[in-house]
Design a protein around this ligand. Structure first.
Ligand SMILES: [Zn+2]
Length: 312
């Protein structure tokens, strides 16, 4: 069983945080210091490590903003209660995160104690970890379905609530999606456990699924509808479900078989979609360090629908 999903911005920093966390657990120095009550969930915040000088109001605002993005994307917060352990260290910003389902949902995030509002507003790790709350636990070979989901949904959820711009996420996708393409010798996403295939190969799966669902439904439904249905039916990090059962539940909500079909295409075969053609159809292209949109492109409406704010 996969017992955690995580993201590591800097390996060296993770090692440091792991030491801090281990020391804190040993000494039992973790203390409950805050709570955020959402309409449908409670977030309990704890601090470990040396949090001297850390602005806890800023940390709270940051957690609340991430929760707002995730709650808005899914139409509800994925679990009724989550504990968030802030592991304070030196420096600025969030560095690493891990999400567990152990005695309830738990997110650990390493944060520099000198983080200011700007550092935390730039952060994507807290939202990434909260997206992990919204998918059942799969076995290790399916880690790409979990990391890919967090990689794809995190920026989309933040654009939908105005925390990021469309330009920023499409630029990032154009730059980073190629990291998810199969290399020689690849045996499909279920059998190739490299970093690129796990995070960006998984993200590519969800982007392709989103576009395909929207093409098949005349842009009336998208991946978001499928994911909302999974969560509404009780799918979250606290349960272990079969991958096919979970994807079929999402497909049922969109009246398609896109998730199961794409899973069967990509799980054991190195699928290498033509990304330049995809970007062209969506009407987005890199121009120096920014992107330009072409609203006359065949899938421009689909591109806009992916990041459009949705109702509850
Ligand atoms: Zn992750």
């Amino acid at each position: 069983m996969s017992s955690m999903r995580c993201v590591v911005a800097l390996l060296a920093v993770l090692a440091g945080n792991a030491l801090i966390a281990a020391a804190a657990e040993k000494s039992g120095s973790s203390s409950a210091t805050g709570e955020i009550r959402l309409t449908d969930a409670t977030i309990e915040i704890n601090y470990t490590g040396n949090a001297a000088g850390m602005d806890r109001n800023e940390v709270r605002e940051w957690i609340a903003a991430s929760a707002n993005a995730v709650q808005s994307y899914y139409g509800r917060f994925p679990v009724s209660r989550v504990r968030i352990r802030i592991e304070a260290g030196e420096g600025h910003g969030a560095r690493s995160g891990t999400t567990y389902a152990y005695n309830g949902a738990l997110i650990r995030v390493g944060v520099g104690r000198y983080s200011d509002s700007a550092d935390l507003k730039r952060d994507w790790i807290m939202t990434h970890e909260m997206v992990h709350l919204a998918m059942p636990e799969f076995s290790d070979r399916h880690a790409w379905l979990e990391e890919g989901l967090a990689t794809y949904v995190e920026p989309v959820a933040r654009v939908q609530v105005g925390q990021l711009t469309e330009e920023k996420i499409w630029r990032d996708m154009l730059q980073d999606m190629p990291k998810g393409l199969p290399a020689p010798g690849d045996q499909g996403l279920d059998n190739t456990h490299t970093w690129g295939r796990t995070y960006w190969g998984g993200a590519l799966f969800y982007l392709l699924a989103d576009v395909r669902i929207r093409e098949r439904t005349g842009n009336r439904a998208g991946l978001q509808d499928a994911l909302r249905a999974i969560v509404a039916n009780g799918g979250n990090v606290e349960v272990s479900w079969d991958v096919r059962r979970t994807l079929a539940m999402g497909d049922q909500a969109t009246g398609t078989n896109v998730l199961i079909g794409l899973y069967d295409e990509m799980r054991a075969t190195p699928v290498s979609p033509d990304l330049s053609q995809l970007w062209q159809r969506l009407g987005v292209r890199l121009s120096h360090d920014s992107v330009e949109f072409d609203d006359a492109a065949p899938l421009a409406a689909i591109r806009r629908a992916i990041t459009a704010r949705r109702g509850g």
